[in-house]
Design a binder for this molecule. Structure first.
Ligand SMILES: [Zn+2]
Length: 199
């Protein structure tokens, strides 16, 4: 059941500090579990409603930019690092080779021009709280100049290894989660995109 305003938790950052307000834990009455064969008590179920506060920290620019139709990556610019110039997406705050802070770069154009499917998995059964349409077409994506592989999901078209794909972004009512980024097969029309998404 959707929660009323007074049953929700909210968080702002004020003066550099997290300021929670509202309700973050809602307990409900528990229920016994009885063994139908013996009539004996076997345990209880304990319904609890919890609102989880997830701080993005240094990854916040990645999620914020998805809502603006931009894919951000990071790059090691340390001239003493053997991996200097390596571009990382998934977004890595620190270079895994030299542990220095990496530089945030906009790789939207690289993604639009060079993304191809490296491998894929089609999932017919999902875990709890899944918000994606089933079957989910998970794709692993390669980009030119990028040293890592990105996992995402294909919203339009059928996956095939080596196929060109184009990123799309949930720019209307973004969720600020990784599902705001998706991909479609090259040649997909704007009118075919899922609700809320743009190129
Ligand atoms: Zn480095």
């Amino acid at each position: 059941m959707p929660k009323k305003e007074e049953e929700k938790g909210f968080v702002d950052v004020v003066n550099g500090r997290y300021k929670p307000r509202g309700v973050f834990h809602i307990p409900e009455a528990n229920q016994p579990i009885f063994n139908k064969d013996t009539g004996k008590l076997a345990g209880i179920i304990n319904p609890r409603d919890m609102t989880y506060m997830h701080s993005y920290g240094g990854e916040a620019p990645f999620f914020e930019n998805l809502s603006k139709g931009k894919l951000m990556a990071t790059r090691c610019d340390n001239d003493k690092c053997e991996a200097e110039g390596s571009v990382f997406i998934p977004f890595r705050i620190y270079c895994p080779d030299c542990l220095r802070k990496a530089t945030i770069i906009d790789m939207t154009k690289t993604a639009k021009d060079t993304a191809i499917i490296h491998s894929f998995i089609i999932t017919h059964r999902s875990g709890a709280f899944n918000s994606l349409k089933i079957p989910i077409k998970f794709i692993n994506i390669e980009f030119d100049t990028v040293v890592t592989i990105l996992m995402s999901y294909l919203s339009v078209g059928e996956p095939e290894i080596g196929k060109r794909v184009i990123p799309i972004f949930r720019t209307k009512n973004p969720t600020y989660t990784i599902t705001d980024l998706s991909f479609v097969i090259e040649g997909t029309m704007e009118s075919e995109l899922p609700e809320g998404f743009t190129f």
